[in-house]
Write a protein that binds this ligand. Structure first.
Ligand SMILES: NC(=O)C1=CN([C@@H]2O[C@H](COP(=O)(O)OP(=O)(O)OC[C@H]3O[C@@H](n4cnc5c(N)ncnc54)[C@H](O)[C@@H]3O)[C@@H](O)[C@H]2O)C=CC1
Ligand SMILES: CC(=O)C(=O)O
Ligand SMILES: [Mg+2]
Length: 472
């Protein structure tokens, strides 16, 4: 599918400031030019009106940067129209960053200053010195998560480095705050060395109640998470692994109800054996699915392959029970479920035709899925992506805010498999039998009920699993 067939969205929207000759019919000419070239008009505002010239701001959703440029060129070609300025609304939103640190207590008088800061603060420091655990109660540690990345697997963009990773990590911090009231702080490390990452996180851990590892590529992410869990007494959770797995499992629980199939009967093909793909596979196995075939760039992951790293050898040992070999297309025959956690446009309609009746397709690569929904819809029973601009958004944002809220509330020392499973059922159960449809298998990320349901389920599971430090 070419980008011309995609729907314009706010992620590529511009505001065009136009100086327009003030005579009847000009606005109609402008709007029809935008429509003719595939732009979707949002707001139209008057900025200035002089006798002979009107200056208007017109907000236009486009499909891509090129598409935006084409529309602007055609507007500039109109007689009586001058393009004064074009701003990219997404870049405007990021100017100066998306989050900030705020003060929680008033600081207007000497009394307040002497309590919040010196000399009063000294007594609080001494109390924590006597009982270090009190940091959970008397400091920002109580409600703060470090969002740590090395910039190596950022949102499907790959290894773009720590500075370029900041907007995504700020975004994760913003989601924590907006959805769960939890503070998140973006920390992008200027190293990809496993030992250095582990040591750095251990040394900064005193300030944080939990660590969210984000967008650290496989296989290093597995060792980093394992070693940090061992060394720290606060939860360490690699969101791309476990947050993604929780939401994918929740979505599958509901999708199976739509197509009336059971986990035990399924053949699942999963492409992209990285952080997310590996964790999703493990969680699918925990829900009773045995026939999972993992596929990497070389084809099906089998026990006979000699080119696999340690993580993929372990993967091969636990998956592909019939040892299927071949390309992605070849192993798609009779698959009930396709899960993509790889990259853009990896499958096409022919692959969908190879699948069993009522195929379920979760094309979760960001920002561009393995197949676009517009293309897949006629050929599948259930379609989902990780994107905000289509129905069924399977995105780890449905998990990690509630997961951390629940874990921090009970001062958990760890996040266990039981807590993850509880979170998956909490997400799935947000949709009742009457509301569930093929286009509604996961709740909206704006559904306020989700975070609290997940947090409560996670907290209860933490108590059951013996990792909570508070009393139940
Ligand atoms: N919807 C969601 O909530 C989430 C989506 N993702 C997306 O999933 C993708 C993978 O993310 P991570 O696992 O964190 O990255 P990763 O770098 O750990 O793993 C990606 C794996 O996919 C493989 N891959 C890439 N293109 C492939 C292709 N054409 N065929 C076969 N294998 C291919 C890579 O070799 C690598 O092993 C990214 O696009 C990411 O944005 C990741 C986490 C959450
Ligand atoms: C959603 C997310 O965490 C990712 O694509 O990396
Ligand atoms: Mg991520």
């Amino acid at each position: 599918m070419h980008s011309e067939e995609y729907v314009p969205t706010a992620s590529n929207s511009i505001t065009a400031r136009l100086a327009i000759e003030n005579k009847p019919g000009m606005l109609a000419e402008i709007t029809s030019t935008i429509g003719k070239h595939g732009g979707n008009i949002g707001a139209i505002d008057i900025v200035r009106a002089r006798d002979s010239v009107l200056v208007r701001d017109i907000t236009i959703n486009t499909r891509s940067d090129d598409h935006a440029r084409t529309i602007i060129t055609h507007l500039g070609d109109l007689k009586g129209v001058r393009v004064v300025d074009v701003s990219d609304r997404t870049f405007l939103l990021h100017l100066g960053g998306k989050i900030e640190v705020n003060s929680k207590v008033p600081l207007r008088t000497r009394d307040q200053l002497s309590m919040a800061y010196t000399p009063g603060v000294a007594r609080v420091c001494e109390a924590i010195h006597d009982r270090p655990d009190d940091a959970h109660r008397l400091t920002i540690k109580s409600n703060t998560v470090a969002v740590v990345s090395d910039g190596t697997a950022v949102l499907g963009l790959g290894d773009i480095g720590p500075e370029a990773a900041i907007p995504v990590m700020e975004g994760k911090a913003q989601l924590l705050k907006e959805f769960a009231g939890v503070n998140g702080f973006p920390i992008c490390l200027d190293t990809t060395d496993v030992d250095e990452i582990v040591d750095t996180v251990v040394r900064m851990a005193p300030v944080f109640g939990a660590i969210n590892l984000e967008d650290i590529g496989a296989p290093r992410c597995f060792e980093i998470e394992d070693r940090l869990r061992e060394r720290l007494d606060i939860p360490v959770f690699h969101d791309d692994q476990h947050g993604t797995a929780v939401v994918a499992v929740a979505a599958l629980i509901n999708a199976l109800k739509i197509v009336d199939k059971t986990p035990e009967s399924l053949k699942v093909v999963l492409v992209g054996i990285g952080a997310a793909g590996t964790a999703v596979t493990h969680m699918l196995q925990n829900m009773g699915i045995e026939n999972i075939i993992g596929v990497d760039r070389q084809g099906a992951v089998t026990r006979d392959r000699t080119d696999l790293n340690k993580a993929k050898r372990a993967y091969a040992a636990q998956t592909n029970p019939h040892n299927l070999t071949g390309s992605l297309s070849e192993v798609m025959d009779d698959a009930d479920v396709f899960i993509g956690l790889s990259g853009p446009n990896v499958i096409d309609v022919d692959d969908l035709h190879r699948m069993a009746d009522d195929p379920i397709v979760f094309a979760m690569a960001n920002p561009e899925p393995e197949i676009r929904p517009e293309k897949a819809y006629p050929h599948v029973a259930v379609m989902a992506t990780g994107r905000s601009d289509y129905p069924n958004q399977i995105n780890n944002v449905l998990c990690f805010p509630g997961m951390f809220k629940g874990a921090l509330a009970c001062r958990a020392t760890d996040i266990t498999d039981g807590m993850k499973l509880a979170a998956a059922y909490a997400v799935a159960d947000t949709i009742d039998d009457a509301s569930r449809t093929a286009d509604y298998i996961v709740p909206s990320v704006f559904d306020k009920a989700v975070v609290d349901r997940v947090a409560e389920a996670v907290e209860a599971a933490a108590h059951e699993e013996g990792v909570a430090r508070t009393r139940s």
